[in-house]
Ligand binder design. Structure first.
Ligand SMILES: Cc1ncc(COP(=O)(O)O)c(C=O)c1O
Length: 415
């Protein structure tokens, strides 16, 4: 079951920003891939932390104790969101990029000339350049899995052919933030493991669309960002306990040696970590219904994403079918009906007569908010040859509506 039109109206009413008007209608937010809007309960949780127990950690007085308890509950909540058992394996940080740069610097201490690092050509640069730079520092060789330019999928045969005994590390995204492609990460992690390579998954773009399950994925590390799943600007990294404990992060002397503090540099953004927990509570609430037999938050999250997946697929099908009827528009990514299950509803297009920035401006004039350019997915945009102009990204999430898709298609048809 996806969502009825009334249910979407109800969910939208929980997001104050979505009532913004632009011209004679509500603004159409298609910029979710660059950061989703937040629901009121996220705003309230941030405010509640700041007004009730704003304090630094590990003190012996009431607000510090309450703050530590609140933050512990956020670690537990994120662990549930990621399908992880151990809340102490959840690290918070300013954003995914910073956490990745710091993990790369640390991991590469064990790399040496002759070692190989396998990256993907479909990535956001945050899952590419940190590893490239770290490999360069260590004198290790970087290899890159190539992309099928016609549908922006990763060439799995190229991946298999580039894996070998020298491969020490594999980094890949769960979903492309530019083309929407979902990668078969569980089988890729299993193949990498066969050669003893560590695996890192970038789940930033995947997180608002589908269930993250670090155990089922079989990865060693995974990162995401709460501002892409209806929360505030907080980065999240999960790692296997033995690796987080065994590796030596770059850290200050007085900061904790034990988990989870070991990987969390400086004072954290406590209020937004509490906002992150509220975003997860919001998603879980979508999966909770009176007649549901779900007994745990994880089950609620599974139900929620099952509904989100189905609803987003309906919207995406309509968008892709509508775009196919506009001859001047080219979609970069999976369009084939039989393969659409391997994509999330993030659709990048170019236009025969307008540059990407021109098209985005025309849409903005109609109250449609969409990104243009490469959205930092430079490894992909360089490979498919759309630099320097880039594409226009139409990013749907579960708070978008069928009416918005029809309105968008009508505007694109007359651009
Ligand atoms: C797929 C993907 N990975 C990584 C990032 C970087 O995330 P952050 O802004 O948290 O550093 C983004 C941001 O757009 C992204 O879309």
């Amino acid at each position: 079951m996806g969502f009825s039109a009334q249910e979407v109206v109800r969910l939208r009413s929980l997001f104050p920003a979505l009532s913004r008007r632009d011209g004679d209608r509500e603004a159409v937010f298609l910029d979710g891939p660059a950061g989703t809007q937040v629901c009121q309960q996220v705003v309230d949780a941030i405010s509640d932390y700041l007004t009730r127990c704003n304090a630094n950690g590990n003190g012996v007085f009431a607000t510090s104790i309450e703050s530590d308890q609140a933050l512990d509950s956020a670690h537990a909540s994120v662990a549930t969101f990621l399908g992880a058992d151990d809340p102490n394996c959840v690290t918070f940080g300013p954003n995914m990029t910073t956490l990745t740069l710091s993990l790369a610097r640390c991991l590469s201490k064990s790399w040496k000339p002759g070692d190989e690092i396998l990256l993907s050509g479909l990535e956001h640069d945050a899952n590419y350049t940190p590893w490239r730079q770290a490999a360069e520092d260590a004198g290790a060789t970087v290899r890159v899995v190539e992309v099928n330019a016609e549908n922006c999928t990763l060439k799995q045969d190229d991946f298999r052919s580039k894996l070998n005994e020298k491969t020490k590390f594999v980094a890949v995204g769960c979903a492309s933030n530019a083309a929407g492609t979902v990668n078969p990460v569980a089988s890729m992690c299993a193949a990498a493991k066969h050669f003893g390579a560590f695996t890192f998954l970038d789940a930033v773009h995947y997180a608002p669309h589908d269930v993250i399950d670090v155990k089922a994925f079989g990865c060693d590390f995974l990162a995401c960002s709460a501002y892409k799943f209806f929360g505030p600007h907080v980065g999240i990294m999960w790692g296997r306990r033995e690796l987080l404990e065994g590796l030596q992060p770059y850290k200050l002397r007085p900061s904790p040696e034990d988990l989870p503090g070991r990987w969390m540099t400086g004072t954290q953004n406590h209020e937004c970590i509490m906002g992150t927990k509220a975003a997860i509570d919001y998603i879980a609430s979508i999966g909770r219904s009176e007649d549901s037999s779900a007994e745990t938050t994880r089950e609620d999250l599974l139900n929620a994403f099952s509904r989100i997946r189905q609803y987003e697929k309906e919207l995406c099908d309509r968008l892709l079918d509508g775009l196919a009827a506009i001859p001047e528009v080219k979609v970069w990514g999976i369009t084939d009906t039989a393969e659409r299950a391997q994509r999330v509803p993030t659709v990048s297009i170019t236009h025969a007569r307008h540059t990407s920035v021109e098209l985005a401006k025309r849409l903005a004039e109609k109250g449609i908010y969409a990104w243009h350019g490469n959205y930092y997915a430079l490894p992909l945009t360089e490979r498919i040859g759309v630099e320097p102009d880039g594409m226009v990204r139409l990013g749907l999430v579960h708070y978008n509506t069928a009416e918005e898709v029809e309105y968008l298609l009508a505007q694109l048809a007359t651009c």
